[in-house]
Write a protein that binds this ligand. Structure first.
Ligand code: F6P
Length: 509
């Protein structure tokens, strides 16, 4: 990475940001051109997406202060390093090449990703043509980044006309796998084992139990029904998957960024290859926007600026995302891993203390359901919570248009209500207003726009990290709990009194 980060200048920038005047949203809307200045319509392969940040407290002074910090943090150089396939994950000495899956980045990586995609395409099309017999169901076994993306994409895009019924199973709790078994006929079911490392306890145990299930049903060659999706092909072969059914991807693709690689196999199985290719194209369009657009007009950067303004200058500890689209109900869970596993750190990339808040807690739900459960706190609670609303203009259902009109009306009404509030002399009935929201409005939800939405959030997460000097591509915080779980039951391992008592109560000690 060229240039040196100037932490002193960045710290001064954060202090300046916090000291800026705080005009209300009403005051910002009194200025001419507020909506135009803070909304961007991006024309993308699957249709236009509007990113409307006008109901946030971003203004010229806030953005100028954040651009100064970006300069101090060498934002442009770091972004260029990401797209050049340079090491941007220093703690693991790796590049982060999810973008290469979308055809952008270092030539050798883009070519390798394309070769892996060709291999995956050949297998997907062969299965669709019947080479593995009649396939009606696919049980996709994986966890974290090896499950959340496929689950989201399939739920969003393959509710109707799916070429195969996909069941995503992640939890080590056998109830999860049993639920999938109950919906599948072993004779017409394939098993996809998705694991970057091919060592993850939950996934390997679930995969072993799936083999048992096939055996118990009298399937002669259960191993022949398994496809492995992994960056560790040797381990998959060692476990028992035939080399011809191992779909590799690159080590430089992070788990929570891996949906674009062979981890997307179930998505291609459900949609067909063309749909998966459109998904990649939508993401690539956002890659080009993020790579080539100046910070002040860059939707990924401006969304990150809004995140940073609220966490760094306004003390917000959470951000919420509400999908006003049933098909996107898994988006908040997906974003939780993307944002919290990437940026939930207390140190900078060089291991020195961050000394300021890092990622907010990401949470959310689906509208209109969430309105009747958690919105009370958004409107009248003591927390200031920036909210994203995500919706599509085209309905996903074929019912009376009243459904979709009601859905969108509610979505827009919530943003308006949060901003405007309603004054009352009765404290119980007073809505203070001035509460921020952003609205991401897709012309339609389809493979390309979903790809774009996810890539937008990936780059927003990267931009947040770059501004703080965090490495968003490692996740050492998840290791300690795994180590301790592995040590349970081993001789000579002592725990605190509470844990020992719990282990005894459950018969595990
Ligand atoms: O424990 C966290 C994690 O490493 C995630 O980052 C990852 O997505 C998940 O586990 C699954 O890992 P794997 O794909 O190697 O099974």
């Amino acid at each position: 990475m060229a240039g040196t980060i100037d932490l002193g200048k960045a710290d001064a920038g954060w202090a300046a940001l916090a000291a800026l005047p705080r005009p209300t949203l009403a005051a910002l809307f009194a200025e001419a051109g507020r909506v135009e200045g803070y909304s961007t319509d991006l024309a993308l392969p699957g249709g236009t997406i509007r990113f409307d940040l006008s109901k946030t407290h971003l203004d010229a002074a806030v953005e100028a202060a954040l651009i100064d910090i970006a300069e101090a943090m060498q934002f442009d150089a770091l972004r260029a390093a990401l797209f050049a396939g340079e090491v941007v994950n220093p703690s693991e000495g790796r590049a982060a090449e999810h973008i290469a899956q979308r055809g952008i980045g270092k030539d050798a990586s883009v070519e390798e990703a394309a070769r892996f995609h060709e291999r995956m395409r050949a297998l997907v099309e062969a299965i669709h043509e019947g080479v593995l017999g009649d396939v009606k169901s696919l049980i996709h076994i994986g966890i974290g980044g090896s499950a959340l993306g496929p689950a989201l994409a399939i739920d969003a895009l393959a509710r109707k006309n799916s070429k195969v019924a996909v069941h995503v199973v992640s939890n080590i709790d056998g109830c999860a796998l049993e639920a999938a078994f109950a919906q599948c006929d072993p004779a017409t079911t394939l098993i996809a084992v998705a694991s970057k490392t091919f060592t993850t306890t939950e996934t390997i145990l679930n995969a072993n139990s799936a083999i048992e299930w096939l055996l118990d049903a009298g399937i002669a060659d259960p191993g022949g029904r398994v496809i492995a999706l992994t960056a560790a092909p040797d381990k998959a072969v060692e476990w028992g998957v035939d080399e011809t059914r191992v779909l590799p991807f690159q080590e430089s693709v992070g788990g929570r960024y891996s949906l674009w690689s062979s981890i997307g196999f179930p998505v291609a199985m459900a949609l067909g290859w063309q749909g998966f290719a459109e998904f990649l194209d939508g993401a690539a369009a956002i890659d080009r926007h993020f790579a080539d657009t100046p910070l002040a007009e860059n939707v990924c950067v401006r969304a990150a600026f809004s995140d940073l303004y609220y966490t760094q200058a306004r003390g917000c500890q959470t951000r919420a995302c509400f999908a006003y689209d049933e098909r996107l109900k898994l988006l908040p869970s997906y974003l939780q891993q993307l944002e919290m596993e990437s940026n939930g750190k207390s140190v900078r990339a060089d291991g020195t203390p961050l000394g300021r808040p890092s990622a907010p807690v990401t949470w959310g739900g689906v509208g209109t359901d969430a309105q009747h459960a958690v919105f009370q706190l958004l409107h009248q609670g003591t927390h200031l919570i920036p909210v994203d609303f995500i919706a599509a203009i085209m309905p996903g259902d074929d019912l009376d248009t009243a459904h979709h009109v009601g859905l969108l009306s509610n979505c827009f009404a919530q943003g308006a209500a949060l901003m405007a509030g309603r004054a009352s002399t009765d404290g119980n009935r007073n809505y203070p207003g001035d509460r921020p929201s952003a609205t991401i409005l897709c012309e339609a939800l389809n493979p390309a726009t979903l790809g774009a939405l996810i890539a937008f959030h990936e780059h927003r997460t990267f931009a947040n990290a770059a501004m703080l000097g965090i490495n968003p591509f490692d996740q050492f915080g998840v290791e300690l709990g795994k180590d301790i779980a592995r040590s349970i039951g081993q001789a000579g391992v002592d725990f605190d009194a509470s844990t020992t008592a719990l282990l005894e109560a459950a018969g595990l000690a």
